[in-house]
Design a protein around this ligand. Structure first.
Ligand SMILES: [Zn+2]
Length: 148
């Protein structure tokens, strides 16, 4: 059976480092920038260190990798080795995500989550999602989720 992840992803998994500046995030950042939307990155003082922060709109965007965050979608497959280890790790990530969103909302932040599966293998998706984020920023909605 073929490996489910590339050597690059595997080495990150092995080292236990959370992916930063992943490709879907970079593509979305570029598309948002092209729309003239300005944001800050990975603000450590905010719960969950949101990937993108829009201070002017008091809004944040998380770009979640479907594996790391245990998304209920076809991109998530349980690893065939060290299954319990990964299951526990991903469960921790999910709990942290829920907690971070609750803390942000309590503090008056609006929270959007963009899942990797909304973009992976879909040309044009970053631009489309950037437009949705732009509309959301200007809306009254507290939360938004974009998934594949
Ligand atoms: Zn997904």
């Amino acid at each position: 059976m073929a490996d489910i992840v590339s050597p690059d992803v595997r080495s990150r998994m092995m080292s236990g480092i959370r992916a930063r500046n992943t490709k879907p995030e970079m593509l979305l950042r570029r598309a948002l920038h092209a729309r003239g939307l300005r944001f800050r990155l990975h603000r450590k003082e905010l719960p969950g260190k949101p990937d993108l922060v829009f201070p002017k709109w008091r809004a944040v965007v998380f770009v979640h990798g479907c594996f790391w965050h245990g998304h209920d979608c076809p991109l998530y497959r349980e690893p065939g080795t060290r299954t319990e280890f990964w299951r526990a790790k991903i469960e921790t990530n999910r709990r942290n995500d829920v907690r971070a969103e609750a803390l942000l909302r309590e503090a008056g932040w609006r929270v959007a989550t963009v899942w990797e599966c909304a973009m992976r293998g879909k040309p044009g998706a970053p631009e489309h999602i950037a437009a949705r984020v732009g509309d959301w920023l200007d809306s009254q909605q507290d939360a938004m989720e974009v998934r594949g």
